[in-house]
Design a protein around this ligand. Structure first.
Ligand SMILES: Cc1ncc(COP(=O)(O)O)c(C=O)c1O
Length: 291
């Protein structure tokens, strides 16, 4: 791993980067993060990602104000790694900083700011065929609206899904579908698109927001309303949405086929409209995906 990363105001080789063992991100997962996707080198919905970052920082009380300047840092990072014209991702993490290990938040810490760039092509085959998913109990905390780096429950659940050949794990809290381990969940029943309402139980997904905007613009009826696991299994169509997942059809849940085991008609339409929205937003010549 010898790409160039950004750490605390400097661009440096990843192998040369140093973070204190007393960093609270390391000891307490005391930090927040964002992942931004670039299409052909152009960021998709950067403003939304930076707004959400500000929200996460504010909720956990990490004092980092130059959020707006990060967009320029990311652009330079892409350039330094030869990704300036690519489909690429930026991972950004801001922790509270380093201090002797105490449980309260020590005053006056300088946050640790880390960003890395990586190639991030679309999962084209899965987008075309759709993916199988499983369900599991949502064992996360009650502030899932904060994009915290504390992802152990998410990774445990996703890892179990991968081990049994599934592409995502849909989470169920008190009988209701919240979201998935790293994507938002949508179900379509009788031409209405349902998804969990914004609350402390889900991440306010940027792709979720884009999908809802598309539905509104197209006159597709939307219900921002929690639905049960039974209702999920009875949906005409199910899909996931996320920065990496984009608009991902679900073709089976716990080995039971959804929409006859192929991507549903409305899902396909939303998928196409999503890539159109990306094409416009990122001012791309030509088409991004078509199935
Ligand atoms: C738990 C969770 N929900 C939803 C999403 C989708 O959010 P976005 O569309 O902003 O990538 C993510 C993305 O990482 C996530 O981790």
């Amino acid at each position: 791993m010898n790409r160039i990363i950004y750490l605390n105001g400097r661009f440096t080789r990843a192998n040369d980067a140093v973070i204190s063992p007393e960093d609270r991100g390391f000891n307490f997962a005391d930090g927040v993060y964002e992942v931004v996707k670039y299409y052909r080198g152009k960021p998709f919905r950067m403003e939304d990602h930076l707004e959400r970052l500000k929200f996460s920082l504010g909720e956990v009380g990490i004092n980092y104000s130059p959020v707006k300047e990060l967009a320029a840092v990311f652009a330079e990072l892409l350039q330094l790694n030869g990704l300036e014209n690519s489909d690429a991702g930026i991972y950004l993490q801001i922790s509270r900083g380093a201090a002797p290990r105490v449980h309260h938040f020590p005053a006056g810490l300088t946050p640790t700011v880390y960003a890395t760039a990586f190639p991030f092509p679309s999962f084209s085959l899965s987008l075309e065929t759709g993916i199988p998913v499983v369900t599991a109990k949502d064992i996360r905390w009650l502030r899932c609206d904060i994009k915290s780096v504390s992802l152990l429950p998410n990774t445990m659940l996703y890892n179990r899904a991968v081990e049994i050949g599934a592409g995502e794990c849909i989470l169920i809290r008190d009988g209701l579908v919240t979201e998935a381990t790293h994507s938002s969940v949508f179900g379509i029943r009788n031409n209405t698109v349902f998804t969990h309402p914004l609350s402390h139980l889900i991440l306010p997904g940027i792709t979720r927001k884009v999908v809802l905007e598309i539905c509104k613009a197209q006159g597709i009826s939307v219900g921002e309303k929690a639905f049960s696991e039974e209702e999920l299994l009875d949906m005409d169509e199910v899909f996931l949405a996320g920065t990496g997942s984009e608009v991902m059809p679900v073709v089976s849940i716990n080995d039971v086929p959804v929409s006859g085991g192929i991507p549903g008609r409305i899902t396909r339409r939303l998928q196409a409209l999503f890539f159109e929205a990306v094409t416009q937003h990122c001012q791309i010549q030509g088409r991004l995906q078509s199935f």
